[in-house]
Ligand binder design. Structure first.
Ligand code: ADP
Ligand code: MG
Length: 153
């Protein structure tokens, strides 16, 4: 069990495709932070946990539930790992360049090749439900107040 996996890194600009259009923007973590994942697991797919953007405005800076996709980027001939976090929260504004902290608590599923956009959207919806149900277990409560989210390094 590699969990919990603690992460922190700046939110980088992605290719802007898919995310917001699918109603599922994903905050891409900067490359230098990916070693925190790679040193703990090499399994690609969808994970869940909590995330926080401390510098965000009040109302947007809480510890929030998230789903995260980890994969290899075909653009870089699948040599580069990518990690994208969708926070289950409606933000008032974007937070590119801000520091994001997260704790990964579990694995949901591997990545599939989607035949249709509808199938993908449906799966993302299921992922969010699975994440919320899993996070409602009392053993995860403590991570919402983990010092990782409230201390600077
Ligand atoms: P990109 O390809 O640049 O990652 P996206 O369409 O995936 O573009 O949008 C991601 C950006 O949207 C994030 O970097 C962040 O600034 C913003 N954003 C707004 N709401 C959310 C959210 N709920 N979860 C993740 N990112 C969000
Ligand atoms: Mg993205």
């Amino acid at each position: 069990e590699p969990f919990p996996i603690y992460l922190s890194g700046k939110v980088a600009k992605g290719f802007g495709r898919g995310g917001k259009e699918l109603g599922c923007p994903t905050a891409n973590l900067e490359e230098s932070s990916l070693v925190q994942i790679e040193s703990k697991t090499r399994r690609t797919g969808v994970y869940y946990g909590y995330a926080r953007v401390a510098q965000a405005a009040e109302g947007d800076n809480d510890v929030l539930p998230m789903v995260m996709s980890v994969g290899y980027n075909p653009y870089y001939k699948n040599e580069k790992l990518t990690a994208e976090i969708h926070v289950m929260h409606e933000f008032k504004s974007d937070f590119y360049g801000y520091e994001m902290r997260a704790v990964i608590l579990g694995y949901i599923r591997p990545e599939y090749d989607y035949v249709s956009r509808d199938a993908l959207i449906e799966d993302i919806d299921t992922d969010k439900q699975v994440a919320l149900r899993s996070l409602s277990r009392s053993k995860y409560e403590e991570f919402k107040t983990d010092k990782h989210f409230f201390e600077s390094d």
